[in-house]
Design a protein around this ligand. Structure first.
Ligand code: PGA
Length: 252
């Protein structure tokens, strides 16, 4: 059974006071009663403090990125071991803002995936196409390339202890969500692609959808057979919205 996940990517938002309020409001909404796993991804500097606030609660903690190297002279970077040390269990790798704004390529993302797993962090591998890829019929080609880079470096078995998030770049922060049918088609394709290497792992791997998910559209997206929850940006900064999205995510 694939337990669904609702993960809140806070991106570069919040203050210590905002975060404390948000966590308090989320805990007040009884995330333990949800069928889905609930995770938050605050900025690096707040991880330790949020880690304290969510310890022994149903809210899990993740980071938004990780360095591919274990330690050394890499100014500005944060290693998987450090994330583990401050209480993270998960980490995003290859978010489209990292790929696009900070030029992270498929090979670097694959090395980050491996670095996370080497410290027993669960990597959430983000994949997704630009609008111009979709318009030129290249969605599957792009997603395959992003997926295969990780499978080639880490082996298909590595996906079993990881998570995939399909986030079409044209839907992130734009208010333009993929239709449930568009999301389902790419999710099914991802599962099929993994299934080409290992059918059992394809069936077990959780594939989240991300891109302008809101309380108002979550249920129809999560009702799709291959959508195992969501990676939520903007709407994760509002407790009421985020809790409503969590509630919309039933078990499968
Ligand atoms: P959004 O962001 O929900 O604000 O579109 C999703 C993401 O980037 O993970």
């Amino acid at each position: 059974m694939r337990r669904p996940i609702v993960a809140g990517n806070w991106k570069m938002h919040g203050t210590r006071a905002d975060n404390a309020r948000l966590i308090e409001e989320l805990l007040g909404g009884h995330p333990d009663r949800a069928a889905a796993e609930c995770l938050v991804f605050p900025p690096f500097v707040y991880l330790q403090e949020i880690g304290r606030l969510v310890r022994d609660t149903p809210i899990g903690l993740g980071a938004q990125s990780v360095c591919a190297e274990a330690q050394g002279a890499f100014t500005g970077e944060v290693s998987a071991g450090m994330l583990k040390d401050v209480g993270c269990s998960h980490v995003l790798v290859g978010h489209s803002e990292r790929r696009w704004i900070y030029h992270e390529d498929d090979q670097l993302v694959a090395r980050k995936f491996a670095a996370a797993q080497s410290k027993s962090l669960v990597p959430i591998l983000c994949v997704g196409e630009h609008l111009w890829d979709r318009e030129n019929g290249r969605t599957e080609e792009v997603v395959s390339r992003q997926l295969d880079a990780v499978i080639d470096l880490c082996g298909v078995a590595a996906l079993e202890s990881g998570i995939i998030a399909y986030e079409p770049m044209w839907a992130i922060g734009t208010g333009r969500t993929a239709t449930p049918e568009q999301a389902q088609a790419v999710h099914a394709f991802i599962r099929e692609r993994i299934g080409g290497r290992d059918a059992k792992i394809a069936k077990a791997t959780r594939v989240l959808y991300g891109g302008s998910v809101k309380a108002s559209n979550a249920a129809e997206l999560f009702a799709q057979p291959d959508v195992d929850g969501g990676l939520i940006g903007g709407a994760s900064l509002n407790a009421e919205e985020f809790l409503a999205i969590l509630a919309a995510c039933g078990s499968r």
